[in-house]
Design a protein around this ligand. Structure first.
Ligand SMILES: Nc1ncnc2c1ncn2[C@@H]1O[C@H](COP(=O)(O)OP(=O)(O)OP(=O)(O)O)[C@@H](O)[C@H]1O
Ligand SMILES: O=C(O)C(=O)C[C@H](O)[C@H](O)CO
Length: 345
């Protein structure tokens, strides 16, 4: 891609309207100072001392975060959270990023899904994170709440350029993306060909229909529980992608970690990754790809161009250690130059 083409696409980001429908989590980082650690008189265990609290939108919120940093025009959050302090903090953080949260339905019967991440302020990156505490709902999502979320989507659809679906909750039907929601979305996607529909899912990516799907390389070939260092052969992906495309009835984007991304349309195209020096933190890397890719596609790009931008965005965010990072348009432009120099030499 030429710099001028990238600038042309970036120039349209500010007028795009995108809804992110899915599982909104609160990422709550408790920054502890080990020098201040105390011992509990009652239990004898360490009482870690929190010196700072950082709240960030997680899961579907990570996509919003990335879209906002890339300068997307209007953002709409659609999902279901609890009527609690975490829900308040999550909405506050989304609003701070300019995201409309009227479609984030609050229910007193749910807890706001939260990743509570205590960390050691003196150890950067993932290594500094303590054990994590997750708050998740383990009851089936009610159809009433699903319907409310779909009503919000239906009201917004005529004005939208794209809908990004993010299915984070692995417990079946316990998040907003239940089997019924998936069917309803497949129907919306079919009936609204002018709106881009795109889905990513931790566990159920193979169940989405009529919309672009983004499995990673392991999910694409059905390799469950990959070990660090595992890779999938290119030939295996080349065989799997046409099959996936048939089943999904829509284009496929497969993320391959440091090796970049492969897309199915208009023809099978591999976008090499960027070679990066030093440590990376891939938390939320897939969400960065989704934000960059869909915003670029909604700005008039073809899929390989959009995937390249998604890859560039993720290559910036993985270098931000200990946080689910974001990228600005300026950083994306710089990264394109780096990618071109690596691929031309
Ligand atoms: N080591 C790395 N070096 C360069 N880029 C990387 C590296 N790891 C990840 N990326 C970038 O992040 C993107 C997504 O990575 P990966 O395939 O690991 O994510 P995913 O499995 O889709 O996401 P997630 O784990 O967040 O669901 C890659 O396509 C690439 O752009
Ligand atoms: O699931 C994990 O491992 C995460 O850490 C999730 C992140 O906190 C984040 O919410 C993903 O966007």
């Amino acid at each position: 891609m030429e710099t001028e083409r990238l600038e042309e696409l970036l120039g349209k980001f500010g007028s795009r309207r995108i809804a992110v429908l899915g599982d909104y989590f609160l990422d709550r980082y408790l920054v502890t100072d080990p020098q201040l650690a105390e011992k509990s008189i009652e239990t004898g265990k360490t009482a870690h001392q929190v010196v700072d609290i950082r709240n960030a939108p997680g899961a579907a919120g990570t996509i919003v975060n990335n879209l906002a940093a890339l300068g997307a025009g209007e953002l709409f959050a659609i999902g279901v959270v609890g009527d609690d302090g975490q829900g308040y903090d999550l909405k506050k953080e989304l609003n701070r990023r300019g995201c409309n949260t009227e479609g984030l339905i609050q229910s007193a019967n749910l807890m706001t899904p939260t990743y509570l991440k205590p960390l050691n302020k003196d150890v950067p990156g993932l290594e500094g994170e303590h054990e994590r505490y997750d708050t998740k709902n383990r009851k089936t999502m009610t159809q009433r709440l699903v319907n409310e979320a779909l009503e919000v989507l239906d009201r917004l659809l005529p004005e939208l350029d794209a809908v990004i679906v993010l299915d984070q909750v692995e417990e079946e039907n316990c998040g907003v993306l239940t089997a019924e929601t998936r069917d309803a979305l497949a129907e919306r996607a079919e009936n609204n060909p002018n709106v881009i529909f795109y889905a990513d899912s931790r566990r159920y990516i193979h169940h989405f229909r009529n919309m672009i799907i983004k499995p990673n390389e392991f999910e694409a070939v059905g390799h469950e529980n990959p070990l660090p260092g595992d890779q999938v052969e290119l030939t295996q992906l080349e065989e799997a992608i046409p099959r996936l495309r048939n089943t999904a009835n829509a284009p496929i984007c497969v993320t391959r970690g440091a090796n970049g991304i492969i897309v199915s349309d208009p023809e099978l195209t591999s976008i090499p990754g960027i070679k990066l020096e030093g440590p990376v933190d891939t938390t939320g890397a897939g969400d960065s790809v989704s934000a960059g890719l869909v915003l670029t596609l909604a700005s008039g790009a073809i899929l390989p161009e959009a995937a390249l931008v998604g890859m560039l965005v993720a290559s910036i965010t993985v270098k931000q250690l200990g946080t689910t990072g974001t990228a600005s348009q300026e950083q994306v432009s710089e990264r394109l130059i780096m990618w071109k120099s690596q691929n031309e030499s």
